[in-house]
Design a protein around this ligand. Structure first.
Ligand SMILES: Cc1cc2nc3c(=O)[nH]c(=O)nc-3n(C[C@H](O)[C@H](O)[C@H](O)COP(=O)(O)OP(=O)(O)OC[C@H]3O[C@@H](n4cnc5c(N)ncnc54)[C@H](O)[C@@H]3O)c2cc1C
Length: 446
């Protein structure tokens, strides 16, 4: 494989052979008349849907930079991108690391072809930051496990065919040692999924109740009571995906995998044709690739570019963005040489959260009273896009409402600081460590 760095448009000055191979494959294989399901079947089984996965596990064994170039080539060809979601990013690497070959061959084809949608059944009402304290029970009954308990914050649970379930299998062991990781079938009477309405107007999260739900022992990934290690692999891949960028949300990747969403039977070509109105609105918007630009343009448009406080906030936006960009480059360079910078992913997530909050406040300051209006459904959005500020104002109010999410998921800001303090700076651990007490002897509220 030719090793040359990407040019500014993301492609190589001297393209490696696999780029030609992918382009010819797309020439032969892409057909907008296929259904989404048929197209993803071709893309997934060819290894191009998940090129980061090993070649013997339905991928191509590529590095992250190459995988991103491959995704861009698919998009630029005008083809529908790979299925998005937790399947490829989190479930597949977890099963590859801890599962059996039989499990790889049973679960991965359904993931890379988008046939099944997965959700993450980790958090509970009493176990979020302290995930190892979880109380959902799975009790062995012959070749099966019987599950009882409750999960919450389950993103996309209402579309899911399968869930990554972690449950307590030995309550007498210390909390990290009595957990097991299962692939749980969501389509069964003992699983009750209820959506939760959010401040964004959407209902993306669910609470999931288990009442004597059944999981076969063949769907246990890793050893019984060793689920904390398995879950950490899942969480590692969740966190690495957060800073990975990629093609999420682009017109070529909007079809939803799984049997419930209903997109598999639709025409693949319809998902790559950008809607005319959205295209026009985006063309009118400032260059969103550079986050600070949108605010500078808006400050000019509203005359607030003369305001000293706004000018400082604009400069800070640029500085924070540059620090983030340079840190990412530094980390990539160190990793390319086989090294690592301890704590940098935690630091990077904290900084991203800070940038989001800064942009929320700056955006609302620039919008003034207009910032109090947000289009929660397509009809409201269309009306608001017609008034001054249009699409840009909508993007900023959407961002302001959603800015609370990142500082919470994947480990809150406080938890990131704890990790940096303890593991990077060598500060003493939090007082009251109960990690050696049996789980069922831990103090509980009520
Ligand atoms: C957008 C989004 C998507 C999510 N998707 C999923 C999903 O699909 N599946 C899933 O399982 N979960 C999901 N979550 C849940 C997420 O992982 C938890 O919300 C998160 O781990 C925090 O847990 P909690 O909400 O129970 O808060 P808690 O742990 O109860 O924390 C409450 C507050 O106390 C602070 N705190 C807690 N412990 C400490 C400590 N030791 N030191 C200092 N401060 C502390 C926290 O920082 C926080 O401010 C999602 C969350 C969000 C926001």
């Amino acid at each position: 494989m030719t090793m040359t760095g990407p040019t500014t448009d993301g492609y190589r000055a001297v393209p490696p052979d696999w780029e030609d191979e992918l382009r010819s494959w797309l020439e032969e294989s892409w057909d907008p008349e296929l259904t989404v399901g048929e197209w993803w079947e071709r893309l997934g089984m060819s290894g191009w849907a998940a090129p980061l996965l090993p070649a013997d596990a339905y991928g191509r064994g590529m590095n992250r930079a190459d995988a991103m170039v491959a995704a861009r080539i698919i998009r630029d060809h005008g083809a529908l991108g790979a299925p998005v979601g937790m399947g490829i990013g989190m479930v597949a690497p977890t099963i590859i690391t801890h599962g059996t070959q039989e499990q790889i061959d049973r679960f991965l084809p359904e993931i890379v072809t988008g046939r099944k949608w997965w959700c993450q059944l980790f958090s509970e009402p009493g176990a979020g930051s302290d995930l190892a304290g979880l109380g959902t029970r799975a009790e062995r009954d012959g070749d099966q496990w019987i599950v009882n308990g409750q999960k919450v914050w389950t993103s996309g649970g209402h579309w899911a065919d399968l869930g990554m379930l972690i449950a307590r299998t030995d309550p007498n062991a210390p909390k990290h040692q009595g957990i097991t990781w299962f692939a749980c079938n969501m389509h069964q009477p003992g699983v009750d999924v209820r959506t939760l309405r959010e401040m964004t107007g959407g209902a993306m999260f669910c609470e999931v109740f288990f009442s004597d739900a059944v999981v076969d022992d063949t769907d246990r990934v890793g050893d019984a009571n060793n689920g904390w290690q398995v879950a950490n692999t899942t969480l590692f891949h969740e966190r690495s995906g957060m800073g990975a960028g990629g093609e999420r949300g682009r017109p070529g990747t909007m079809a939803r995998p799984g049997t419930i969403a209903g997109d598999l039977a639709k025409r693949a070509g319809d998902f790559v044709k950008p809607r005319r109105k959205a295209r026009r609105a985006l063309d009118d918007a400032p260059d969103l690739a550079s986050p600070a630009n949108i605010y500078v343009e808006l400050a000019r448009a509203t005359g607030l570019d003369k305001d000293a406080v706004v000018r400082q906030a604009l400069a800070q936006s640029h500085v924070l963005g540059e620090v983030q960009r340079l840190n990412t480059q530094r980390h990539k360079a160190v990793r390319a040489q086989g090294g690592d910078i301890p704590g940098l992913p935690n630091f990077s997530k904290l900084l991203t959260a800070q940038i989001l909050r800064h942009h929320r406040d700056l955006g609302l300051q620039l919008l003034g009273p207009r910032g109090m209006l947000h289009g929660y459904d397509p009809e409201q959005r269309e009306t608001l896009e017609e008034v001054p500020g249009g699409m840009v104002a909508h993007l900023l109010t959407a961002q302001a409402i959603q800015a609370q999410a990142l500082p919470i998921f994947g480990g809150t800001d406080q938890i990131q600081r704890n990790i940096i303090g303890e593991r990077v700076l060598g500060l003493p651990k939090e007082p009251g460590d109960m990690s050696r007490l049996p789980w069922n002897e831990l103090p509980r509220n009520g």
